[in-house]
Design a protein around this ligand. Sequence first.
Ligand SMILES: O=C(O)COP(=O)(O)O
Ligand SMILES: [Mg+2]
Length: 224
Amino acid sequence: MSLLQPKMILIDLDGTLVDSVPDLAYCVDAMLARLGRPARGEAAVRTWVGNGVERLVRRALSGRLDGEPDEADYQRAYPIFLELYAENTCNRSALYPGVREGLEFLREAGYPLGCVTNKAARFTEPLLQQLGIRDFFSIVISGDSLPRQKPDPLPLIHAAGHFGVKPEESLMIGDSVSDVTAARAAGFRIICTSYGYNHGIDIRESDPDIVIDSFIELRGLLVS
Ligand SMILES: O=C(O)COP(=O)(O)O
Ligand SMILES: [Mg+2]
């Protein structure tokens, strides 16, 4: 594979930059405890992250990826989760090894960077701030910033417009099938992390252009 030289790079948040599951799982189980229900545990929550907090709460209540809980249960649970996650956005979450170095490499190489996540904006901004990486990104698009979120291509197309760059000159870096689907539909290239959250399925099955085990590998893949 020859070196990539995109004009702009968008990067997913959960499972790509940050291991956020310890906080999300803590909040899921604390929410369930308040409702008098048994914990689901971190391993299950790991397979449910990636489609925003509303879907996460629905999955946690039903115990299934495609589950739909009783609506009254959901209406009781969701505000509890929001309250808990507001207090636990970055108490147990951490950047993956190599991420800070990778972001510094991309910045020094002159790539304009954006962050595109399905996480709600009220959590995205404090998480980026508390991890100390907010300033790497000139645009941040959250799951509720636009009418549709990933796997829809809208957030990627919107960001390309913001930078004045064509989709075919743009690169997405993500961890899940939603990132691959959004990137393909938008006309972006797509690199995926092997270590993230993809509902328990190996991301190679979604056939991204490249799979990396660490952001350090970006140095060997992108022109600097
Ligand atoms: O599911 C979420 O809340 C966020 O997921 P993402 O950052 O991987 O898009
Ligand atoms: Mg992700």
